[in-house]
Ligand binder design. Structure first.
Ligand SMILES: Nc1ncnc2c1ncn2[C@@H]1O[C@H](COP(=O)(O)OP(=O)(O)O)[C@@H](O)[C@H]1O
Ligand SMILES: [Mg+2]
Length: 239
């Protein structure tokens, strides 16, 4: 089943100047993502990775082409509808965890559901379930500053999963982590794909991170330079 389609998307910033200079951040990028895929988008800094991810997630609107998520053309949505779709159907993970320091991990994870007006007890149980999925149940009532960076990122991933999104979009999620924590977070993303059939699109400039993916798109100067399927990484923890 196709979850997401990028149909020849392009992005030009500061339209007039950029067009005159012939500079586009992203040019005619096209691919589809099937459910249960772990797709890494890699490439040098400035190659357009984040801009593509932002367009996939409805944070930035393409200047040409369209993004279709679960059959819905994002261009057909107004800003309010797009914000709702982002909250309900897309899980975002960034380099910075952006957890609220005064809330426990469980309260942070519950936030997307609370914003959606779900009952308190339902929010709490869904948050605990998401923390279980990322192996962080034992830290549910801890504040973010009392756990490691890797554990904070796990909690941020739980917050992204709590709405049971169609797709998880991660931009350099290991960028602030040491290598042990980084491997841990990547193993978690692999587990979510292989065991839970989650669909993940990960942006990274780090080729060792990209090696964990089942498919790697490499970008160069705003365009796709290569698109390769590879064997799923081995050694993924079973829990
Ligand atoms: N908001 C913006 N305004 C103007 N230019 C931008 C903006 N965001 C990105 N760019 C430019 O678009 C190109 C691609 O950037 P980006 O998608 O962030 O690349 P990457 O994530 O691969 O490092 C770069 O040349 C960058 O300077
Ligand atoms: Mg980037």
């Amino acid at each position: 089943m196709t979850v997401l389609a990028a149909e020849h998307i392009s992005k030009t910033f500061g339209a007039e100047a950029a067009a005159a200079a012939g500079v586009q951040a992203v040019r005619d990028v096209a691919f589809t993502v099937e459910q249960g895929t772990f797709l890494a988008i890699t490439g040098a800094s400035g190659s357009g990775k984040s801009t593509v991810l932002h367009m996939l997630g409805g944070i930035t609107r393409p200047t040409a082409g369209r993004v279709v998520l679960e059959g819905v053309d994002l261009a057909g949505l107004d800003d309010e509808q797009l914000a709702l779709l982002r909250r309900r159907r897309i899980g975002f993970v960034f380099q910075r965890y952006n957890l609220l320091p005064e809330l426990s991990l469980a309260e942070n994870v519950a936030l997307p559901l609370e914003l959606d007006g779900k009952p308190r007890t339902a929010c709490r149980s869904a948050a605990l379930e998401a923390l279980e999925q990322v192996g962080m149940s034992h830290r549910a009532d801890h504040r973010p500053d009392s756990v490691s960076g890797g554990e904070q990122q796990r909690a941020a991933i739980a917050r992204a999963l709590v709405t049971k999104p169609a797709i998880l979009l991660a931009d350099e999620p290991t960028g602030a982590l040491d290598s042990a924590n980084s491997e841990n977070v990547i193993a978690l993303l692999s587990k979510l794909v292989l065991e839970d059939r989650q669909t993940v699109v990960l942006v990274t400039h780090d080729s060792t991170v990209a090696d964990a993916a089942t498919r790697v798109i490499t970008m160069r100067d705003g365009q796709i330079a290569s698109d390769e399927t590879q064997a799923a990484a081995t050694g993924v923890p079973s829990s």
